[in-house]
Design a protein around this ligand. Structure first.
Ligand SMILES: N[C@@H](CCC(=O)N[C@@H](CS)C(=O)NCC(=O)O)C(=O)O
Length: 290
């Protein structure tokens, strides 16, 4: 028995990203159940997770349903203290909890004007005054956290914590909508874009379903401001260097080409998520670099 986690479309579901980061970034195993937003898929799936209505929803190994992102973080932190979801230092832990709680409850102007969309990047979105006020507030609490915890690395309260996971979708919004923030905040945004778990989520989000019209905007676009993926592409040529999928060990049925070399996978999704960002996948990089 393990944890189950219901998620929505990876490209768009900011709360799902947070919920998934609590597992992937802290090495807690989980079985995913993905449903497409704005269709019957999510309510249909959630019938198995009564009384949940939204993604993410977790089910514990013994069967308790835990909707609400902040409850998922707290429950996992209590059950897996060694995973480090919260800082071990009491002061840093209290501050991390404050940040997570304010994120969970607030920043509605930013969230509604700039819905998370990991598939595009805009040059400008004409942020109105209430969005700029949210950005100011974010920078106040991020600077406060660093000051109070003495954190001078990439993250707000020392090591990467659940508080940082709560802000991952905000960081992507600042990046993809090219929102105005100061240098320290932008360094924090860039740390998120480079985080291995975030890169894996985005790589999957680029390929796991069609675009959702609800998130389409007419702003001018620019290239993705995060790390540039290695130039892989899908190929039908199955003469690959490996015969077993690096993820499952099953026989190769799909292939990609990178640097004139071919590598195989056991299904289209695992091939395509690897094409989207090869460096995000340690098991692939192990065979690529061998
Ligand atoms: N307060 C909830 C918010 C979750 C949420 O709104 N999730 C969205 C996806 S990002 C959702 O499930 N939307 C579908 C719906 O509201 O029907 C939490 O913290 O988990």
């Amino acid at each position: 028995m393990t944890y189950d986690l219901v998620i929505g479309d990876r490209a768009y579901s900011s709360w799902s990203l947070r919920g998934w980061l609590f597992f992937d970034a802290f090495n807690v195993p989980v079985k995913l159940h993905r449903a497409r937003l704005y269709t019957d898929e999510l309510p249909t799936l959630l019938k198995q997770f009564h009384p949940a209505r939204t993604a993410p929803t977790m089910r514990t190994p013994e069967g308790t349903v835990v909707p609400e992102t902040i409850a998922i973080a707290e429950e996992l932190a209590t059950r897996h203290p060694e995973a480090g979801l919260w800082p071990s230092d009491p002061k840093a832990r209290a501050i991390a909890r404050v940040l997570a709680a304010e994120m969970h409850a607030g920043f509605t102007a930013l969230r509604s004007h700039c819905p998370m969309n990991l598939r595009v990047s805009y040059t400008d979105c004409s942020p109105p005054a209430d969005v700029l006020a949210d950005l100011d507030r974010l920078q106040v609490i991020w600077a406060w956290a660093r000051d109070q915890t003495g954190s001078n690395g990439p993250w707000l309260c020392g090591n990467y914590s659940a508080a940082d996971a709560f802000f991952a979708p905000v960081a992507t919004r600042i990046a993809t909508y090219n929102l105005p923030v100061g240098g320290e905040a932008m360094a924090y945004v860039n740390a998120h874009l480079s985080h291995p778990s975030f890169r894996r989520w985005r790589a999957m989000g680029l390929v796991d379903g069609a675009d959702q019209d609800f998130y389409r905007r007419d702003y001018p676009t620019r290239p993705w401001p995060g790390p540039k993926p290695l130039p892989a592409r899908a190929t039908d040529d199955l003469t690959t260097e490996n015969t077993a999928c690096p993820y499952s060990g099953k026989p190769v049925t799909h292939a990609l080409e990178l640097d004139g070399r071919r590598f195989g996978f056991c299904n289209a999704f695992c091939r395509d998520k690897t094409v989207a960002d090869p460096e995000a996948w340690p098991a692939f990089m192990a065979i690529y670099q061998s």
